[in-house]
Design a binder for this molecule. Structure first.
Ligand SMILES: Nc1ncnc2c1ncn2[C@@H]1O[C@H](COP(=O)(O)OP(=O)(O)OP(=O)(O)O)[C@@H](O)[C@H]1O
Length: 231
């Protein structure tokens, strides 16, 4: 299987008065259709790694390829287009725009990428929301939805441009157990049924155990023996 994401010796150091190393020498390969957990104690660099993989931050050193393309030479516009077309993001808090409906929130990434006309965007938004059990909630704003529904809209938004990779930072962290289970099942179905690669930061070790592979961080590094190729 071809590598969707290939990181070699990724290091990110913040140049503060005292330099802060967020992640160090991270090498990993993610293939198509993998369901991968990033685990580790608080402050171990999980979010920092996810932001690097998602082109939301730039490494101090090391290389990162997405979909076989080296990201180092990309200018900001290419990075933005790669983010929009290759990567979907789900965060712990939904970050939906409060003044827009579910449908409108989902159309934002489609508009930014600019590959679909108005009616195709509308159709795609409706299909996605329906497939996530939100057919009756398309025209509601985030404050008219429950926490679980909001997070499902956030998943739909991540899928808007049909990216091969979904990156999730504690996607169930603010949900009760029933909604957590539902969102986890949705993420799992993205891998098994839609062929996506899903990488999720989680503190929930039971959840991580149900994923294909675990990358365990400690002090910004992958802990020995935990780089784990697919088991
Ligand atoms: N802007 C910043 N300035 C200074 N230190 C930072 C900054 N961002 C992150 N850090 C530090 O870098 C380390 C890694 O942070 P990161 O958020 O990636 O960890 P994490 O494993 O995701 O933590 P958590 O599980 O608590 O979300 C932490 O020690 C954090 O305090």
């Amino acid at each position: 299987m071809s590598a969707l994401i290939e990181a070699k010796k990724l290091t990110r150091i913040l140049k503060e008065t005292v330099p802060v190393t967020l992640v160090q020498d991270i090498s990993l390969t993610l293939a198509e259709q993998e369901f991968v957990a990033i685990t580790g104690p608080s402050g171990s660099g999980k979010s920092s790694l996810l932001y690097l993989l998602g082109l939301l931050d730039e490494p101090t050193s090391g290389t990162l390829s997405i979909g076989g393309r080296d990201t180092a030479p990309m200018d900001e516009q290419e990075r933005a287009e790669t983010r929009l077309s290759m990567l979907g993001f789900v965060f712990q808090f939904h970050f939906l725009l409060p003044e827009f409906t579910a449908r409108e929130n989902i159309e934002i990434p489609m508009r930014k990428l600019g590959r679909l006309n108005r009616s195709a965007m509308r159709r795609r938004g409706e299909e996605l929301l329906t497939s996530l059990g939100l057919a009756d909630h398309m025209d509601k704003r985030p404050d008219q939805l429950s926490g679980g529904q909001r997070q499902r809209v956030a998943v739909a938004r991540a899928l808007a441009n049909d990216p091969p990779i979904v990156l999730a930072d504690e996607p169930t962290g603010s949900l009760d157990s029933q909604n957590s289970e539902q969102v986890f099942s949705i993420l799992e179905a993205l891998v098994r049924e839609r062929g996506k690669t899903v990488v999720a930061v989680t503190h929930d070790l039971d959840m991580a155990a149900r994923m294909d592979r675990r990358i365990h961080l400690m002090d910004g590094k992958i802990e020995d023996g935990a780089t784990a190729s697919a088991e």
